[in-house]
Design a protein around this ligand. Sequence first.
Ligand SMILES: O=C(O)CCC(=O)C(=O)O
Length: 289
Amino acid sequence: MALLAQDQKDQFWRDGVLVVEDAVDQSTLSALRNQFLSWVEESRAHTNDYGETLDGRARFDLQPGHSAQKPALRRIQSPEEVSEIYADAMRNARTVDFCADLIGPGIRFHHGKVNSKLPGSGTEVKWHQDFPFEPMTNDDMITCLLFLDDVTLENGPLEVVPGSHKGPLHSHWHNGVFTGAVADEVVEEHRGKIVKCTGKAGSVCLMHASLLHGSAPNRSRQPRTLYITTYYAEDAIELSPNHLPSKFTHELVRGEVSGRVRCTPYLLQLPEVPNGTSFFAQQETQRTG
Ligand SMILES: O=C(O)CCC(=O)C(=O)O
């Protein structure tokens, strides 16, 4: 089993974020990339979001402005349900061992998705924390962003505020609407502390679910594709409907079933599952909500 060094674990708990190289081997990386490219080709034939996930929402999410000539596929929900390659990576990438090392030994799968920023697509992710979308009885929960392309300062890398996982949990509700984003003032307050997470393809960025993060549009000619999987401690239980349910949700991917539940105190307004394909539509309501 691949384990993290003590200084990597210390860094993760101090900053709430850690980038580790070679989370998958080269052949897995190529297979994940090729499958993604075939989904992009398929998207050229569509003008609206398409496909269907477990809860009846679309699986393939298109950025407004998408066209056959200039595809802007921005999200694939639960890719592991429709691709053996992704299902295998969800269970067997070194990422899973890293998470077991940090919050295990027992961990379960929560949800998975591909986030893509094709050149010229304009896709951005507004600042948010993941935990308020997926509250659990305890916050031992890690979002893993596997880089399918080299992630550079130019192609819209993940941006984070190190240490922000220690609190507070910010409201993602504004004027009675769950916008899936924090208020602008929260971002301004942390502006000077923002760090960009770059690395070569095959690296994984392990991010505590309470960390403040967002990302800007891709200004380069190179794609930026992430396969994102979230895992949580085996002794946590979900407190609100899963916003991206998959047939693999709650699967025990490492360790044993303990039969226990562990609770830590916090206060949070419950989230709302998006009506649209994904949280991108929720975030688009932020200015008007
Ligand atoms: O794609 C990104 O840059 C960030 C992803 C993210 O924050 C999310 O999907 O919740």
